[in-house]
Design a protein around this ligand. Structure first.
Ligand SMILES: [Zn+2]
Ligand SMILES: [Zn+2]
Length: 172
């Protein structure tokens, strides 16, 4: 969905619509959309600068990286971006110095769908977990631990002993 920069009216443009994306377009390809992506976007022009403010809401199903169980992940995220024309790209070094992640538009157009997709991908957790304390699956029989104790005897993990060692060291 292309926005023509020169056709953005003086007092801005408001968009409110659903976007459909394929799971393959996402950083987490195992993700399933449980509802379409609803986006409310305001586009404003200040000279050559394009300001895009928006809000994305949707609900996805992720696969837990520890126990491999799918779980629901609602998203309600806001963003506030500024785009400059590509001619400004030569000044990129200056922006880098200031630690600004500057965005640019090309051919006097901005693809809103791409913007939404990128912002959506940014909201994803680096390591999806069904719960912060998910204990994953049993290393012996493969049962999901939160579904109950399988009764397998698992050797005391080294990390625990490691922690005691550190504790003793701190005491000295
Ligand atoms: Zn889990
Ligand atoms: Zn087990």
């Amino acid at each position: 969905m292309l926005i023509d920069i020169d056709k953005v009216p003086k007092d801005g443009l408001r968009l409110s619509r659903n976007f459909d994306f394929a799971s393959l377009e996402l950083v987490e390809e195992d993700t399933v959309f449980l509802q379409p992506v609803q986006a409310d976007v305001t586009i404003k022009k200040m000279g050559d600068e394009i300001w895009i403010k928006g809000r994305i809401t949707t609900c996805l199903s992720f696969v837990c990286s520890r126990c491999l169980t799918p779980f629901e992940f609602p998203i309600d995220s806001k963003f506030d971006l500024v785009f400059l024309p590509e001619e400004f790209h030569e000044l990129k070094d200056e922006f880098d110095d200031e630690g600004i992640d500057q965005l640019f538009y090309q051919n006097r157009q901005i693809d809103i769908r791409e913007v939404i997709l990128e912002q959506l991908n940014l909201t994803f957790p680096a390591k999806p977990l069904c719960a912060e304390r998910c204990e994953g699956i049993c290393a012996v029989c493969g049962q999901i631990r939160r579904n109950g104790n399988c009764g397998c005897a698992i050797e005391e993990s080294d990390t625990r002993r490691e922690k005691i060692k550190i504790f003793v060291k701190d005491k000295r």
